[in-house]
Design a protein around this ligand. Structure first.
Ligand code: WT7
Length: 632
């Protein structure tokens, strides 16, 4: 049923060449391995100027039949989801493919019973428990569009996202365990729902046994509803290009963008990339430590692995609870073969010391992966030596919420790796670098802005409700190219190294944050007049958040003020957006046209204030001197 994987460097090269010469034929072959209700009439139509991209046009399918139903005969009793609790005294839960199928069908009926219809948007604000995956798949089964909001976001962020997509149902839980803390999800949801007129129903899962309020008529319990419904649910017939989900990501300006992915292309690409990048073999135990609230969890905890019939681990907790050995204990106990995490996690566990690693038997590991931000060479070598015993290929996977799947990465043990390099594009991915003048850089040993010049199946189709912004953000910088927002270099062998964002997006602990989002949250504080946010290198988080803040009146106690500003950021955006450093200043370096020169602030924030480059366009150079003196 499944296609063979690419097995050696030569066949990678051949496949890559074929995918560029005959892209439609290449992807059609992959698509043929899935279950379709009706096959497509045309493989691809595209126009990057609009942009308008469609794959497998005229095809009909349901992605959950490909994740679940088609596996039942061969692997009904194989574990699909292996769930590991945050709390070490709570039993783990295994769901076989047939159990997962049954739960998904039942919950699909719960959704319908509560008024959900094909095309509706449903918001999920949940802990990392199997019910989150069940709810995601149930939405897909009935043709509703899921919008998962990470359970670390604030009430304001949640209501903004619900309102942007006009969701009619919210699925949440009483609370979420996170280490020794509980996040009160239902309380936060209640606060959000004071502001979300479109929500008719809220389905609540009992997870932490916390005290919560139930509003009758609106709120129903997950468990009660599951007892009332039939266990069979026919999968809705969907068109290839119907939307599968919306997932919000920060932009360099304005509010978060609701990235829309469509069904068929996303399905074909996540399966293909999962099996080839990780070189997944039948029977492997696979663990991606991300949260399903991010794209990594969507593509490589839920869809990619389940489409491939894999056993995917879902971990509810955090890497440091009850201690910094938790990841390695889980690897040992579950004989994990493929392990996929973020550089931030690697760096923070490295810093805790080897006494948390040595006690565990990590010999089951075969492949290691990283994602979310550049991995520095030190962390790469520590991961390779101390976790992989110099015996596991490391895949450094570069991609984005917008790309849906892994774009540039070595294939584990098949194509060469190079520390801190994402290396080569996957078959089907036509990457290129563009110089300051908008010209494509030919040949090797060059550096520029990373773009993609041909469509791939899992690319985002639009920003929900704002196609103009989609075109502006990704397709207007360079004609006929998708612009990633990242800078990159290509070495003498054609291998790519991602050098970081070239726009006003910050990658902090592998999370994508918009400067504008944090700035406007801080500006809400009454004594704050204006702020400028930049990133600075941070040993554990990759980048930290540095805030330059102008106040109306001098602060009494600056540390109290710093805390209050950060509390407000936590409330408005979420704790991940808190500033690591807040410097109070009397002015910001601006151009004559009033634009903040972030380049200068970035230099100062990085402690490199001697080399500020060209400052001749500054309106008032003395501001810079003051900021330099006061930098933290
Ligand atoms: C941005 C996308 C894709 C899953 C998680 C993040 C950065 C991602 C790498 C990598 C260097 C990376 C880029 C990208 N990034 N992976 N392997 N090496 N940088 O998704 O939140 O949409 O963020 O993360 O800057 O543009 P996201």
């Amino acid at each position: 049923m499944q296609e063979k994987k690419i097995k050696d460097f030569n066949s990678y090269k051949k496949e890559y060449e074929r995918s560029v010469k005959f892209p439609e034929k290449f992807w059609e072959e992959k698509a043929n391995n899935f279950l379709w209700k009706k096959k497509w009439d045309k493989v691809l139509s595209w126009d990057f100027t609009k942009p308008d991209v469609k794959w497998f046009i005229g095809g009909q399918l349901n992605i959950t039949e490909n994740c679940l139903d088609r596996h039942l005969e061969k692997r009904g009793s194989q574990i699909a989801i292996k769930w590991i609790s945050n709390n070490t005294d709570e039993p783990n839960r295994d769901l076989s493919y047939s159990q997962l199928h049954k739960e998904v069908c039942k919950f699909s009926n719960v959704l319908k019973k509560n008024g959900a219809k094909k095309g509706d948007r449903i918001c999920l604000y949940m802990p990392m428990v199997p019910e989150l995956a069940i709810a995601v798949l149930a939405c897909a089964r009935i043709g509703a569009i899921h919008s998962v909001v990470f359970a670390g976001f604030s009430a304001k962020s949640l209501s903004d996202r619900i309102n942007d997509a006009n969701c009619n149902i919210l699925i949440t839980a009483d609370g979420a365990f996170r280490g020794d803390k509980i996040t009160p999800l239902k309380h936060i949801s209640d606060e959000a729902m004071q502001n979300t007129p479109s929500i008719d129903k809220c389905i609540v899962l009992k997870s932490t046994n916390s005290d919560i309020n139930i509003k009758s008529g609106r709120d129903v319990w997950w468990k009660d509803e599951m007892e009332k419904v039939d266990k069979n649910c026919t999968a809705e017939t969907m068109d290839s290009e119907d939307p599968l989900f919306i997932l919000y990501t920060s932009g360099s300006t304005g509010k978060p963008k609701g990235i829309v992915h469509s069904i068929a292309g996303y399905m074909v690409y996540t399966e293909f990339s999962f099996r080839n990048v990780f070189q997944y073999n039948e029977g492997d135990v696979y663990w991606c430590t991300a949260d399903i609230g991010w794209i990594t969890g969507h593509s490589y905890i839920v869809y990619g692995p389940l489409l491939s019939g894999a056993t995917t681990i879902m971990f509810e907790g955090v890497p440091t609870y009850p201690d910094a050995g938790r990841f390695w204990k889980i690897v040992e106990e579950n004989k994990v073969n493929i392990f996929y995490t973020a550089p931030t996690a690697i760096r923070s566990l490295e810093a805790k010391g080897m006494e948390f690693v040595t006690p565990y038997d990590l010999s089951s590991l075969k492949v290691l992966g990283t994602v979310g931000e550049p991995i520095n060479e030190d962390a790469w070598h520590w991961y390779d030596k101390e976790i992989g015993n110099e015996n596991c290929p490391i895949v450094d996977t570069w991609w984005q919420t917008e790309t849906g799947g892994i774009m540039i990465s070595n294939l584990a043990g098949v194509t060469p790796s190079k520390p801190s390099f994402a290396t080569l594009p996957l078959p089907g991915i036509q990457a290129c670098l563009i110089d300051e003048n908008g010209k494509e850089l030919e040949g090797n040993s060059v550096e520029g802005k990373l773009c993609i010049e041909f469509p791939w199946p899992s690319m985002a189709r639009t920003i929900y409700g704002d196609h103009n912004r989609f075109r502006e953000t990704y397709f207007s910088a360079f004609k006929n190219k998708y612009f990633t927002g990242d800078g990159a270099l290509r070495d003498e062998n054609g291998m790519y190294k991602i050098t970081g964002r070239v726009d006003d997006v910050l990658i902090v602990s592998g999370h994508n944050l918009g400067t504008a989002e944090i700035e406007s949250a801080m500006d809400e504080y009454e004594n704050v007049c204006e702020t400028a946010i930049v990133s600075f290198p941070h040993a554990i988080k990759g980048n930290g958040v540095y805030a330059f803040v102008i106040c109306h009146e001098e602060a009494g106690n600056p540390d109290v003020l710093r805390k209050e500003i950060n509390d407000l950021v936590t409330k408005i955006v979420g704790p991940i957006a808190k500033a690591d450093k807040i410097q109070f200043v009397s002015g910001l370096p601006k151009t004559r046209s009033g634009k903040i020169m972030r380049r200068i602030l970035r230099k100062i924030a990085s402690g490199d204030s001697e080399n500020l480059g060209d400052t001749s366009t500054l309106l008032d150079p003395s501001v810079v001197e003051e900021i330099k003196l006061g930098s933290l």
